[in-house]
Design a protein around this ligand. Structure first.
Ligand SMILES: Nc1ncnc2c1ncn2[C@@H]1O[C@H](COP(=O)(O)OP(=O)(O)OP(=O)(O)O)[C@@H](O)[C@H]1O
Ligand SMILES: O=C(O)CCCC[C@@H]1SC[C@@H]2NC(=O)N[C@@H]21
Length: 275
């Protein structure tokens, strides 16, 4: 097992006092860091804007649609951030997982030369083609409808997990031949995410004006590909992924030219279309 993450060292590295992050805590084990921060979204001890919670291990890590997120203590990086972007109307918060994806892809590029790209809506792909899933993102909204509403963005990154311990279809930085250290990856992600969050808030959530949509399109491996999108009720949509729009939705053009736009919250699966 790699060295445990040291919260004091992380705070020091991010600068006084922890850069833009209000607090950074590391726990040895928990169910889910997303669940923990959602529980602290509201109430007398509500977590402040820009709270970070890292777990060495989660025993109930979850992905989209209540899927399981697997990690092995000391090998993966599992953490969540709680944001209260009051400058942005909650209708625009759907960009959160895409923003986090941009932070991940930027951070991996900074700490390694492993090819990294985004699979819309919430996966980071690592390695040469065919790339595999190296990280996943789960964004959830907590708190009430009022001023205590909060965004919780969780990320699971396969850093030091050996290939043999990974679930099918997954990879890790170590499996791709580099071991930058979980602390180094975490600091790079938190710096990148803080920058993107600042740009997002400064633009009041206008991702076009902030240049965030263009950045996302440039890193999105889904665009230009033939995809099969499964929607609730076993509905299926096949065609070429042609755009990610200002609301973070994917536009899919069917062979007959009809274009359908799908939201991240609606999709069950996005897979390469069978040829
Ligand atoms: N450590 C891990 N690394 C990579 N993948 C994981 C890990 N733990 C769980 N998974 C996979 O991630 C899935 C959840 O992610 P998501 O809901 O994005 O589905 P997906 O399989 O990545 O996407 P899609 O079905 O659209 O291809 C889980 O069902 C599981 O298969
Ligand atoms: O691939 C997915 O569907 C998303 C996976 C998200 C996993 C992270 S690990 C930290 C945070 N806590 C959780 O329970 N899930 C997210």
């Amino acid at each position: 097992m790699a060295a445990p993450l040291d919260a004091d060292a992380l705070r020091r590295t991010l600068g006084p006092p922890s850069g833009p992050w209000a607090s950074i805590d590391v726990v040895t084990s928990t169910g889910s860091t997303n669940a923990d921060l959602l529980a602290r979204a509201t109430g007398p001890d509500a977590a402040p804007d820009r709270t970070v919670l890292v777990a060495e291990h989660q025993d109930a890590g979850r992905g989209r649609r209540d899927r399981v997120w697997e990690d092995r203590a000391g090998e993966g990086l599992t953490f969540s951030v709680l944001l209260r972007p009051r400058e942005i109307a909650p209708e625009r918060w759907g960009w959160a997982p895409l923003l986090a994806g941009l932070a991940l892809v930027g951070a991996v590029g900074e700490v390694s030369s492993v090819p990294a790209a985004l699979k819309w809506p919430n996966d980071l792909l690592l390695g040469a083609e065919p790339a595999a899933k190296g990280a996943g993102i789960l964004a959830e909204v907590g708190g009430g409808d009022g001023g205590d509403r909060a965004l919780v963005i969780g990320m699971g990154v396969n850093v030091a997990t050996p290939a043999a311990d990974l679930p099918a279809g997954a990879t890790s930085l170590v499996a791709e031949g580099v071991d930058p250290g979980r602390d180094v990856v975490l600091v790079a992600v938190l710096r990148a995410l803080a920058d993107l969050d600042r740009r997002w808030r400064d633009a009041h959530g206008d991702v076009v004006a902030a240049g965030i949509v263009d950045d996302y399109r440039a890193r999105c491996a889904t665009l230009g590909r033939e995809v099969a999108v499964t929607l609730p009720g076993d509905r299926r949509l096949e065609g070429r992924a042609v755009d990610v729009d200002r609301d973070g939705r994917l536009a899919v053009r069917a062979p007959d030219g009809d274009t359908t736009v799908v939201s991240a919250g609606d999709v069950v699966h996005v897979r390469p279309a069978a040829r």
